[in-house]
Design a protein around this ligand. Structure first.
Ligand code: NAD
Length: 286
């Protein structure tokens, strides 16, 4: 469905970003991976994703992404996609712009931008370290602005583009101990709306997705911290975390977020503009 498009997914070496990159590659989009990780792991991901649309959604559901891609490669593979990697640090505006330039140079264009990279830090506001505040605002909010600013001219010129910002339920509601994260994610929704209005008469759309709890390293750390603090097992901490916020009592998954990004990139979604879509098991329905 997205054959020939070029997609950048920031923070795609792990968690939700990796799920999104896999979903876009499975639709035939060329991918620019970004994020931290060791060289061998990133190289492995590049090879896995390069199998592209060679595996079906049913195979992915049955075997998981890695095994489905491996099976197909063993059978001779499919068309495949190009997969580049940018090591850009999203806390540095010049590197964010450099990532867009590198992608355009290596893959010829950028059609889809998914601003996903993000970090978390928890503490009461009066104990919140100012350097953590600055880092969270830089990576979770300002990087989105710098990337959008750099990529919009070429999207407008071709009159087609998709910008998807991975916000959070914390872009819609607050929780204690997350001043910087909640401020940044509310900011992401504001930026999303402005970009959507400024591109409203063009073929470029800008939307946000607001995941609830997704079991990734970012959330595992919060589970581990809770288990240590409350002297409970990790399983109990996980159940408590879900019980506090997410009525479904189940995690959302990177695959589900990836599928929604694919939909927002489709022609059917061309008139979805400036929205914040929760994938949160009912968290924000309460
Ligand atoms: P994760 O820790 O698994 O992955 C974060 C990714 O961002 C990694 O690839 C990491 O290398 C990259 N990254 C971190 N700092 C970076 C930097 N300075 N420059 C470039 N890359 C950087 O986290 P995740 O849970 O997959 O989170 C992804 C996004 O989803 C974040 O924006 C997060 O706020 C959001 N989110 C997550 C959840 C959840 O429950 N996991 C819920 C709502 C929103």
């Amino acid at each position: 469905m997205l054959e020939g498009k070029v997609a950048i997914v920031t923070g795609s070496t792990s968690g939700i970003g990796l799920g999104i990159a896999r979903a876009l590659a499975a639709q035939g989009a060329h991918i620019v991976l970004n994020g931290f990780g060791d060289a061998a792991q990133i190289d492995g991901l590049r090879k896995e994703l390069a199998a592209g649309p060679s595996y079906s959604a049913a195979e992915v559901t049955k075997y998981g992404f890695a095994q489905a891609a491996q099976l197909r490669r063993a059978e001779g593979g499919g068309a495949g996609v190009k997969v580049a990697y940018s090591p850009a640090d999203m806390s540095k505006p010049a590197e964010v712009v450099g990532m867009i330039e590198q992608a355009t140079r290596e893959l010829g264009r950028v059609d889809i931008l998914v601003n996903n990279a993000g970090i978390q830090y928890t503490a009461p506001v009066e104990e919140f370290p100012p350097e953590k505040w600055d880092a969270i605002i830089a990576i979770n909010l300002s990087a989105n602005f710098h990337a959008v600013r750099a990529v919009l001219p070429q999207m407008k010129q071709r009159n087609w583009g998709r910008i998807v910002n991975i916000a959070s339920t914390h872009g819609l509601v607050a929780s204690t101990q997350k001043a910087a994260y909640v401020a940044a994610k509310h900011g992401v929704l504001g930026l999303t709306k402005v970009v959507a209005l400024e591109t409203a008469t063009t073929g470029v759309t800008c939307n946000a997705i607001c995941p609830g709890w997704v079991l990734t390293p970012l959330v595992q750390k919060q589970i581990d911290d809770m288990a240590a603090r409350e002297r409970i097992s990790k399983e109990e901490a996980q159940a408590r975390l879900l019980g506090e916020k997410q009525p479904s009592l189940a995690f959302a998954t990177p695959e589900q977020i990836g599928a929604l990004v694919v939909f927002l990139c489709s022609e059917q979604a061309a008139q979805i503009r400036g929205v914040a879509m929760p994938v949160d098991g009912g968290w924000t329905a309460q």
